[in-house]
Design a protein around this ligand. Structure first.
Ligand SMILES: Cc1cc2nc3c(=O)[nH]c(=O)nc-3n(C[C@H](O)[C@H](O)[C@H](O)COP(=O)(O)OP(=O)(O)OC[C@H]3O[C@@H](n4cnc5c(N)ncnc54)[C@H](O)[C@@H]3O)c2cc1C
Length: 306
């Protein structure tokens, strides 16, 4: 219920205007967002590398409606790639197709993604296409397939365990060699397309993690859920899959203790670091994922207010 309320708030322009004006909320968002500038994103990636983890930078933005804005985001990604190379960071990129104009025209978005991938390829940097609402899954997979067939193998995908279609998508993808990040799914989907109950999402996550660890290519187990992590570790051990054969991924600001302890044990841990001015929808989705996050933010806001 709380999750749904926050996802609806993430789509409300009025709530957005209110939160963006509120200095305390901006500071609270900093727990999950590295900052608004590229320099802040890069500084966070450097710190994550120093702590023994890999990084993935994301320039915040989604559902872009103007070509100019989408082109601006693509240029920003190119700038990020050049900075990663220049600073020799252990860092890749995560992008969202709706930010690059997928809803304007798929061909237009594809042109921008190709430009990003070319620059990434020249710096040997991997690019992950985040997965968004269920309605965008088919166009995202279609765009990825065209890129893959044209030889862009430095691009990976995300599969959301809550979608009923995901086992079939994974079966179709697993033999291609594409790197897949497995997540539970962060959007509000109707029961006609996604499991509404957490137990079912968790069961689907376990099944897909098993499949990817057995037959996938360097899968990314992206979760903060200790039970999912224990499951993945068990499968990897049973399959004699070395820790170098997969990675765990977590979000900036969430379970830093777990990130560090897994890294110390010798697992690859990648931290997803978002930055940029358009942090509002991302921040709201993170709050909705865990009531404790809301309490944490409220407590710090009250403490500051006093
Ligand atoms: C690296 C990364 C990339 C992602 N990319 C996408 C994407 O492209 N598309 C998409 O739809 N979703 C994406 N997500 C979000 C994902 O779908 C989930 O919404 C999010 O990860 C929460 O699910 P969970 O697996 O962490 O566990 P949940 O089921 O939310 O929580 C299970 C348990 O995990 C722990 N936990 C979870 N969150 C927290 C927290 N904030 N603080 C402390 N403990 C916590 C708690 O013990 C909790 O009981 C991504 C997530 C990660 C980590």
């Amino acid at each position: 219920m709380l999750r749904g309320a926050f996802i609806r708030l993430s789509e409300s322009p009025r709530a957005q205007a209110f939160v963006l004006r509120n200095g305390l909320a901006r500071r609270a968002a900093r727990r999950f967002v590295a900052g608004e500038t590229l320099a802040e994103g890069i500084a966070a990636a450097r710190e994550i590398n120093r702590a023994g983890c890999h990084a993935s930078l994301n320039y915040l933005g989604e559902k872009t409606t103007s070509r100019g804005e989408a082109e601006g985001a693509a240029e920003r990604y190119v700038e990020i790639l050049r900075t990663i190379t220049g600073e020799r960071l252990d860092c890749n990129l995560s992008i969202k197709l709706s930010q690059l104009g997928l809803a304007i025209a798929a061909g237009f978005a594809e042109g921008l993604v190709r430009r990003i991938l070319e620059v990434a390829r020249s710096g040997q940097i991997f690019v992950r296409i985040d997965m968004e609402e269920a309605a965008l899954v088919t166009p995202t997979l279609a765009l990825w397939r065209r890129l893959w067939q044209d030889g862009f193998t430095n691009v990976g995908l995300v599969i959301q365990a809550y979608l009923y279609r995901s086992p079939a998508d994974v079966e179709a993808l697993v033999g291609t060699g594409v790197r897949i990040r497995l997540v539970k799914g962060a959007y509000l989907e109707p029961p006609s397309v996604a499991y509404p109950r957490k137990e079912d999402v968790d069961a689907a996550y376990r099944a897909l993690a098993t499949l990817l660890l057995r037959r996938g290519t360097y899968p990314a187990i992206a979760t903060h859920d200790p039970q999912m992590i224990a499951h993945a570790r068990g499968v990897a051990q049973a399959e004699s899959l070395a820790p170098s054969g997969f990675e765990f991924q977590m979000i900036y600001g969430v379970r830093r203790d777990l990130q560090q302890s897994l890294a110390r044990e010798g697992f690859n841990v990648r931290v997803y670091i978002p930055f940029g001015e358009q942090w509002y929808p991302y921040f709201m989705r993170r709050l909705g994922e865990r009531p404790a996050n809301v309490l944490f933010i409220l407590r710090s806001l009250i403490a500051e207010w006093r």
